[in-house]
Design a protein around this ligand. Structure first.
Ligand SMILES: C[S@@+](CC[C@H](N)C(=O)[O-])C[C@H]1O[C@@H](n2cnc3c(N)ncnc32)[C@H](O)[C@@H]1O
Length: 266
């Protein structure tokens, strides 16, 4: 078993590792203005997404967010994004779709400080919080967004219970992430068999994410080399999923599965 897979399948180890890694990483890349921390998405044969010039540099990452949103109209709604990272998707969705309220929440206080300093828009706010214990009353949100983060959580079924609790009846849960082979069944079952959620759609998106990884490779290699000491380059490039890395190869072979899901609160 490789290091990445090892970390992904051991709940206590992964909780400790991510709680250390992300604040460390945010401090190291703060000066580079990194707004997204995902592997990105590039679909073939579709009309290119129309973006403002300020969003163009983040096109592959925004395309993942747009795929996860999947046409759910955020206008005038109350939206929670769990694990918003540096807030790039949070900011893009708020500026583009004018929800009544959009809360970007993350466990990493450095990321929340970074996001607050970089992104301001009407209805947008950031706060520190744990996906396993969402700091909101029952039936607060119309939509919950969650992009490429749940593999860090120690208890995914517990997270899904929390999402169903904070969603209003009829509310939507837009989710995407990755799992290694041995974690896929538990992941899908927690979503498909939850009594308060209806699974509307599930899609395997390895090909689109692999193209996203390829598009992001030059940027992510430069970011890692600039921000981290040489001794961490190999590991960081694996986590960054650059072309040729372990994660990229696992996505190609199908050992790692990247999926998107749309669900509705019953
Ligand atoms: C790969 S990043 C994705 C960030 C963002 N969604 C994006 O696409 O740019 C994963 C994020 O999950 C956050 N995270 C990890 N464990 C968490 C937890 N228990 N509760 C909330 N956020 C958590 C990390 O701090 C990190 O920002």
């Amino acid at each position: 078993m490789g290091l990445i897979e090892e970390i992904l399948v051991r709940p206590k180890l992964r909780q400790k590792l991510w709680a250390w890694w992300y604040p460390f990483f945010t401090r190291r890349v703060r000066a580079q203005g990194i707004d997204f921390l995902n592997y990105a998405f590039q679909e073939e044969g579709t009309v290119p997404l129309s973006l403002k010039s300020e969003d163009e540099p983040n096109r592959p990452n925004i395309q993942l967010y747009e795929h996860v949103r999947g046409g759910v109209d955020l206008r005038g709604l109350r939206v929670l994004e769990v694990s918003c990272g540096h807030g790039g998707g949070t900011s893009y969705f708020t500026r583009t779709y004018q929800p009544a309220e959009y809360v970007g929440m993350d466990l990493n206080p450095e990321a929340i400080r970074h996001a607050e300093a970089r992104h301001q828009a009407h209805g947008l706010r950031f706060q520190v919080g744990d996906a396993q214990k969402l700091p909101f009353p029952d039936a607060t949100f119309d939509v919950v967004i969650n992009v490429e983060a749940s593999h860090c959580y120690p208890d995914f079924p517990g997270f899904v219970v929390e999402v169903s609790r904070v969603l209003k009846p009829g509310g939507r849960f837009c989710h995407a992430d990755l799992r290694y082979r041995n974690g896929v069944d538990e992941w899908v079952a927690a979503l498909a068999k939850h009594p308060k959620l209806r699974l509307d759609e599930m899609r395997l998106i390895n090909p689109e994410v692999i193209r996203g990884m390829e598009l992001n490779t030059p940027r992510y290699v430069a970011m890692v080399k600039q921000a981290l000491p040489r001794i961490l380059h190999r590991l960081a490039l694996d986590f960054a999923g650059v072309k040729g890395s372990r994660l990229y190869r696992d996505a190609l072979s199908g050992e790692m599965s990247y999926r998107s899901f749309k669900l509705t609160r019953r």
